[in-house]
Design a protein around this ligand. Structure first.
Ligand SMILES: CC(=O)SCCNC(=O)CCNC(=O)[C@H](O)C(C)(C)COP(=O)(O)OP(=O)(O)OC[C@H]1O[C@@H](n2cnc3c(N)ncnc32)[C@H](O)[C@@H]1OP(=O)(O)O
Ligand SMILES: O=CC(=O)O
Ligand SMILES: [Mg+2]
Length: 538
């Protein structure tokens, strides 16, 4: 008897954005249903495994390179050669997929655009559906747009456009507006991947490109294996040649830093690189070792730089691992945002980003991320200076790099301590970011820095960590839940004063305040702030 055909998911509780039917065609929904039927049970097991592993880390207080996969680390293998469009990746711009930013990013002069359904996007149904529509329209070259002021946006000629690499949501997030016959939501990761792949894979291949992805927030090589199985099955279902998909994996959790080789190995026929996702990485350190008392207490976020020894160990190991396996090593995001209004802020941002990109290029990275079009020339200059006409520097094997587990875990080598100002900043950033996210905007400039889901996770997790580790400031004041509430109430009152009653009331401030206190203070640490936040989103 033939296997039953999985039923297509249905859309529930969602006002349909214009042209939704072009994205959620019956065929596309059937494709999502097939992915969901086959892979969601394993996704669920892997999420449960994260919890088990975390409990084991809480028990042992440490992490190490897994003994069971030593043969992979010692083996002789390489990832598939990079396709032409992903051979020179010296500058990559990231950002959400709204229509204006889609055009601006594609036109920015960067080699790659990371089209983001993760850290930079609040996954409202409208953002999810219209983001996919904008990508389809961009690939169809019909994405022109006029803003409310009458400014028009059109795409540059093909050869000047960035290559699109789409980042689906992480494994942990569900898409509650798409449900199977039993009422279960589909994983957001499969929805974002599936819709992009279904609508664009063939068209991209016809143009000599391909369906390219960034994979976020992985915690183990088993999660990479699941992604690989999704790719193989999706390619089969659409009759697309195996190996068409290319994936760059973000190494942005501390458990994944111990499995870089294994992650590349699992994806080797589809892998095109690793990226050093520094912000989620810091969040993951706090989260993973949250029961370890004082040992993993990070100082104020702005005091932890990429030259801290444990951060450097992580990026050096990433470059070495990638180049040993023939993969690209892509650097991370410097959060300084240029200003077109304030030359002083602008110059300071350019200078800091320049230093960050210079260091990455000198360390052997093959390219790096920027958050804003005005930073593209800055990053390009840093990489041009090192690469010249070469598309990458994978021949720099960095065999000089030796990184031990102790190096990756040496957080206590930092001498800076948390400060009261750092607490005020964490509360202020957390509040402002969550408020923006709840209104549907997942990337914002706050205090001249780029803030997204990853950086906001650091803010709220640091507050949780400082309270739970009983941190004392230099003046002897202890970080308590009471102090955090006092600071948060002061911030909220100041915002109300600054914005005025009307603007304050039309924002989502009270909900943001309540949520921040919950995810920063609840005794039971919430794994991702976006999980409870999603329940408050349209
Ligand atoms: C930890 C991580 O995961 S990092 C990756 C995820 N985070 C991101 O991708 C953040 C990307 N960056 C952004 O979203 C934006 O740069 C922000 C929100 C930080 C700042 O944006 P704005 O306040 O609009 O900046 P600003 O006013 O200077 O923008 C100037 C122009 O550049 C455009 N722009 C700014 N950043 C981007 C971007 N990343 N992609 C495309 N266009 C952009 C703006 O749309 C604006 O266009 P316009 O002149 O046509 O209106
Ligand atoms: O996604 C990138 C990060 O730094 O987090
Ligand atoms: Mg991230």
């Amino acid at each position: 008897m033939a296997a039953p055909v999985p039923s297509a998911p249905t859309v529930v509780d969602a006002a349909p954005p214009a042209r939704q039917e072009e994205v959620l065609t019956p065929e596309a929904l059937a494709f999502l249903g097939a992915l969901h039927h086959r892979f969601t049970p394993r996704r669920d097991e892997l999420l449960a495994l994260r919890g088990e592993r975390r409990r084991e880390i809480a028990r042992t207080g440490t992490l190490d390179f897994p003994a069971g996969t030593a043969h992979i680390r010692e083996g002789d293998w390489q990832v598939a050669p990079a396709p032409p469009a992903l051979t020179d990746r010296r500058v990559e711009i990231t950002g959400p997929t709204d229509r204006k930013m889609t055009i601006n990013a594609l036109n920015s002069g960067a080699r790659v655009w990371l089209a983001d359904f993760e850290d930079a996007t609040a996954p409202t149904w409208e953002n999810v559906v219209l983001g996919q529509l904008n990508l389809i329209d961009a690939h169809e070259r019909r994405v022109d747009f006029t803003d409310p002021r009458g400014k028009t946006y059109t795409l540059r000629p093909d050869e000047e456009l960035a290559t699109v690499v789409t980042r689906p949501r992480g494994w942990h997030l569900d898409e509650r507006h798409l449900r199977d016959g039993d009422g279960r939501p589909l994983p957001g990761a499969l929805v974002d991947f599936g819709l992009y792949f279904f609508h664009n894979a063939r068209r991209l291949l016809d143009r000599g490109l391909g369906p390219y992805f960034y994979l976020p927030k992985l915690e183990s090589h088993l999660e990479a294996r699941l992604w690989n199985e999704v790719f193989v099955h999706a390619q089969d279902l659409l009759g697309v040649p195996q190996g068409s998909v290319r994936a760059t994996v973000l190494i942005e959790t501390i458990p994944a830093a111990f499995e870089m080789e294994e992650i590349l190995y699992e994806l080797r026929d589809h892998a095109s690189g690793l990226n050093a996702g520094r912000w989620d990485y810091l969040f993951s350190i706090v989260k993973t070792f949250r029961d370890a008392g004082d040992r993993f207490v990070l100082p104020d976020r702005n005091a932890v730089t990429m030259t801290a020894p444990f951060m450097r160990a992580y990026t050096e190991l990433l470059v070495r691992t990638c180049h040993k396996r023939g993969a690209h090593a892509i650097g991370g995001m410097a959060a300084f945002i240029p200003s077109r209004r304030d030359p002083r802020v602008n110059e300071a941002a350019l200078e800091k980003v320049r230093a960050d990109k210079d260091r990455e290029a000198a360390d052997g990275f093959d390219g790096s991320w920027v958050a804003h079009p005005d930073l593209v020339p800055v990053a390009r200059a840093s990489f041009d200076a090192v690469l010249g006409d070469r598309p990458h520097q994978k021949d720099r094997l960095r065999e000089d790099v030796r990184v031990t587990s102790a190096d990756l875990l040496a957080v206590d080598s930092l001498t800076a301590r948390p400060t009261y100002d750092g607490l005020v900043n964490a509360v202020g950033v957390g509040l402002r970011y969550i408020e923006s996210w709840l209104r549907g905007t997942g990337a914002v400039a706050i205090f001249n820095l780029m803030e997204d889901a990853a950086t906001a996770e650091i803010s709220r997790s640091q507050i949780w960590q400082w309270v739970n580790a009983g941190v004392e400031f230099e003046d002897g004041r202890k970080v308590t839940a009471g102090l955090v509430r006092e600071v948060a109430a002061g911030e909220l009152a100041a915002l109300r004063e600054e914005l005025g009653e009307d603007a304050f009331a039309t924002g989502a401030w009270q909900r943001a305040y309540d949520l921040l206190l919950r995810v920063a203070l609840d005794e039971e640490y919430v794994d991702f702030l976006t999980l409870p936040a999603y329940g408050l989103l349209d």
